[in-house]
Structures are given as structure tokens and as C-alpha cells.
Design a binder for this molecule. Structure first.
Ligand SMILES: [Zn+2]
Length: 228
């Protein structure tokens, strides 16, 4: 027999194999057969289980996630191209998101380092306005400094920011953003936001308390760009 790469399966601990064998048996009752030798067996099983409403399988899924490194939050992307830096190995992960992958039915993605992610498309599309606003942010956790940022675009759902410092952001972390719009009233936007993706020195931020945003923002994003 030809030797074949086992690199992608070597992460399966004895404990994981035991859980997967139990899941294999439970899945067969749904008429679904799985092969533990499949290279992406974890991703496959987690996706299959998420579509079934089976408490025993759900219990197995939780036990499996306890022993596999994963990110708790679902990453949402505005387009079908998901791209972010792995929080474990710092490599860029690029994923073509399935259209049906949303926050409720996320897609499972495993990095080469075996870190698991749940990702989906943000189905709420907002008008996005290109901006060149200066603002600041600081990490909600810990005693981080105020960091200077450029707001590259803004919508009522979030913003893309560019860091003017060497601060490195991680998808999933919460920032407090503060900036003024360049409208007549110089409306203040002060809002916690979740880092959705990081690419280079830019980051996509989703506002976490959109209902507390000033109504002026909704008007502002509809206006053509103001100069000065
Ligand atoms: Zn990784």
C-alpha cells in the first residue's frame, strides 16, 4: 500500500476518536455514514450535526469542542470571501463562504494548525460610506491605551478602521470606538465594536449596540462624501 499523508488526521486524540465513533453510531440512526479516515472528518461531522436536531449528537459535539481548540464566536463577513488571521498560528485563512452560512447556521472551518472556526455571511447589508475620519479606539478588556485610527468606511452596522499604531487586533475582540462624523453637528459616534476580520493594518468592526447609535449616522451614510 502506498504511504499517504496522515498529517491532517494525526491531531485526532484517542478521546476524539472515541467521541467520533460514538457519533458515527448515532449518525447511522439518521441514515448518515461517516468515515473516520476522512481528512476533514471533524469539520464534516460538526456540519452534519448542526443540521440535525439530536440531543445525543449535540452532547457529543460539545464534548468534541471541549478537546479541540476553537474560537467561540461566529465570524461574520460582509461578502462571500472570508479572510482573517488565525488567532493560534497567525496565518491568513481565506474561505469561500457558502451562501446559506449565517450566524444561525455557520460554516465550520479548520485552519492548517487545527484551530476551528465558525463563520458565516452577514446577511444584513448596509449602505457603506467611504470616509477619512480620524478617531480612536481602545480595547474593552485590560488597560490598553487609546490608539489613533482612521475610519476608512462606516455604515450603521459597522466600520472599517485602519490602525495608525502597531496595535495588533484579533478577530472576536471588543474595541470601544470613538470618532466624530464630519457632518454639520460633528456627531459623536461612541460605540463598542467586535473585530470581525483583520487584514494588514485594517480591521472590520461590527457595532455591538447599533440601537444606541445617533440617528444622524443613518443620514450621514446616505450623503455624498463631504470634503474638508
Ligand atoms: Zn491556525
Amino acid at each position: 500500500m502506498m504511504p499517504h499523508s496522515t498529517a491532517t488526521r494525526s491531531y485526532l486524540s484517542r478521546q476524539a476518536v472515541q467521541i467520533l465513533l460514538h457519533m458515527k453510531q448515532l449518525l447511522s440512526q439518521h441514515g448518515i455514514s461517516i468515515k473516520l479516515s476522512e481528512s476533514n472528518i471533524i469539520v464534516h461531522v460538526l456540519e452534519v450535526v448542526s443540521k440535525l436536531n439530536d440531543p445525543a449528537l449535540e452532547d457529543c459535539r460539545k464534548r468534541l469542542l471541549e478537546i479541540i481548540p476553537h474560537h467561540d464566536k461566529v465570524f461574520l463577513f460582509a461578502t462571500s470571501n472570508g479572510q482573517w488571521l488565525c488567532i493560534n498560528c497567525n496565518k491568513t485563512i481565506s474561505v469561500e463562504l457558502r451562501q446559506e452560512a449565517t450566524i444561525h447556521q455557520p460554516q465550520v472551518v479548520m485552519c492548517q494548525c487545527n484551530m476551528l472556526y465558525y463563520v458565516g455571511q452577514n446577511t444584513r447589508q448596509h449602505v457603506r460610506k467611504t470616509t477619512h475620519l480620524i478617531g480612536q479606539c481602545h480595547r474593552q478588556s485590560g488597560s490598553g491605551n487609546q490608539e489613533k485610527i482612521v475610519i476608512e468606511n462606516v455604515s450603521v452596522g459597522g466600520a472599517r478602521i485602519r490602525l495608525l499604531s502597531s496595535l495588533s487586533l484579533t478577530p472576536g475582540e471588543i474595541l470601544n470606538l470613538e470618532f466624530h462624523l464630519n457632518d454639520k453637528a460633528k456627531t459623536l459616534i461612541a460605540q463598542p465594536g467586535c473585530v470581525l476580520y483583520v487584514f494588514g493594518d485594517s480591521a472590520g468592526i461590527q457595532f455591538m449596540e447599533p440601537s444606541s447609535l445617533p440617528p444622524a449616522l443613518a443620514t450621514y451614510v446616505q450623503l455624498p462624501e463631504l470634503i474638508g
